[in-house]
Design a protein around this ligand. Structure first.
Ligand code: 5GP
Length: 107
């Protein structure tokens, strides 16, 4: 069964897209922990980030790095934090979260 993120990739479910390539997509989290909280996903449907093939995993990290630099330029923050959780949506994803203090990362 397609995950909610597959429906976001196909456009069946609307999202605020930040960046997109043939293989990856970055979009705003619907329930952000901070302004500018972005999810970065591979378009291939794999549950766990660490089960991605090496090329897709490496490409995702590079894509996330570019997006993180864009967030840093656009959102007032000390740095862009990274989190990998994956409890809610079984489609590999990276959280990019602008942070200003420790309490911003209060999951
Ligand atoms: P995790 O699986 O890492 O625990 O969390 C999944 C994340 O996906 C959550 O931060 C949640 O807010 C986000 N999310 C869940 N459904 C949607 C959706 O339909 N649209 C968007 N933009 N984000 C979603």
């Amino acid at each position: 069964m397609a995950t909610i993120f597959n429906k976001i990739i196909s456009g069946e479910i609307p999202s605020y897209k930040i960046a997109e390539s043939n293989d990856y997509l970055a979009f705003l989290d619907i329930n952000p922990l901070a302004e500018g909280h972005v999810l970065v996903i591979p378009k291939i449907e794999v549950d766990n980030l660490f089960d991605l093939d090496d090329a897709t995993y490496t490409g995702l990290q590079m894509f996330a790095k570019i997006v993180a630099h864009g967030i840093k330029r656009s959102v007032p923050c000390i740095k862009v934090g990274v989190a990998v959780i994956g409890l809610e949506v079984p489609h590999a994803h990276i959280h990019l979260i602008p942070v200003n203090q420790v309490s911003d990362m209060n999951f």
